[in-house]
Design a protein around this ligand. Structure first.
Ligand code: NAP
Length: 289
């Protein structure tokens, strides 16, 4: 069993860290808001006072935070950053959904110390994080990927190596692109059906049986119809992913008119005050509910 530092105990990170404790690893946890460590220490984890303190002596340092800025702060803060505690025999694993540019920059800084680096963004939401059934999109060298297996296995139903650092982020942003585009379309069409006089639940009973309904979209459509906006994956995080995806695509001169339109819908939802709500709240743009 390994010594693992787990940094970032939000909705996803707390569930992932708990699975590492249950798998028998010696887990040290840190979160910006310290109250989040209580559930983990009750399970048997140790709380650290900073990312640097958590990383000291760890075989693996895993981060699961909101975005590029959070990742930068957790890894590179001059006084408290995890990099300052990272041993050269350790492997740093970035599980947050970050931009490919930041994943690449972070990898360069980490590997310059002699430590290993893997980006490991995850597909799946809270139930999959809870059950250790995430799909991991590993980006990095084979060596880091192979070494990380013992700490990724308790988190995941499948662990893919998708290429060098940066590729994991690109594929993760493409996955969320495919999801977000569908959800924006479903919200819009459900609004249209409602205006045309359809009973929403009855309409979904038909629509969700059709080949055009992916399982993920059908699930979110049901949440939209039920007015269930309890946060699992908020509009703010989906908007962040679309910003990163469109910026990365721009840098590659890859045209993204549909993602651009979806981002503008997500931004409208944020401006309307729905940023912290589940992404199912996109329906509120059309129903006013
Ligand atoms: P969350 O519940 O909002 O948690 C965000 C975490 O980031 C918290 O621990 C928060 O600390 C920390 N954080 C934010 N800004 C920070 C900063 N400047 N410095 C240090 N820590 C900071 O989000 P989540 O749902 O767990 O998502 C985490 C990551 O996984 C995101 O990149 C997200 O896109 C990705 N993801 C989410 C899902 C999902 O379904 N939710 C699925 C796949 C991937 P505090 O507690 O102090 O605020």
């Amino acid at each position: 069993m390994s010594k693992v530092a787990f940094l970032g105990l939000g909705a996803m990170g707390a569930r992932m860290a708990a699975n590492l404790v249950r798998a028998g690893h010696a887990v040290t946890v840190w979160n910006r808001s310290p109250a989040a460590t209580a559930d983990l220490t009750a399970l048997g984890a140790t709380a650290a006072s900073s990312p640097r303190a958590a990383a000291a002596g760890a075989d693996f340092v895993i981060t699961m935070v909101a975005d590029d800025a959070a990742s930068r702060a957790v890894w590179l803060d001059d006084r408290t950053g995890a990099l300052g505690g990272l041993g050269k025999d350790a492997v740093a694993i970035e599980c947050s959904t970050v931009s490919p540019a930041w994943a690449t920059q972070l990898a360069a800084v980490v590997t310059a110390t002699g430590a290993g680096f893997l980006e490991a963004p995850v597909v799946g939401s809270l139930p999959q994080a809870q059950d250790g059934k995430l799909i991991i999109l590993g980006g990095g060298g084979r060596d880091a990927f192979d070494r990380a297996q013992p700490v990724l296995a308790p988190l995941a139903a499948a662990i893919h190596h998708v290429g060098p650092v940066g590729r994991g982020a690109v594929m993760k942003l493409a996955v969320n692109g495919l999801l977000g585009i569908q959800l924006a379309a479903w919200a819009e069409m459900m609004g249209f059906l409602g205006r045309a006089g359809f009973d929403g639940a009855a309409a979904l009973d038909v629509l969700t049986t059709l080949p055009v309904a992916s399982p993920a979209a059908a699930g979110y459509a049901r949440l939209m119809q039920a007015g269930d906006f309890a946060v699992r994956f908020p509009v703010d995080l989906m908007a962040k992913d679309f910003r990163y995806a469109t910026q990365a695509a721009d840098a590659l001169k890859s045209d993204t008119p549909v993602a651009d339109a979806t981002l503008s819908v997500l931004e409208r939802a944020r401006e309307a005050g729905h940023g912290a709500e589940n992404v199912s709240a996109l329906i509120r743009l059309y129903t006013g509910r």
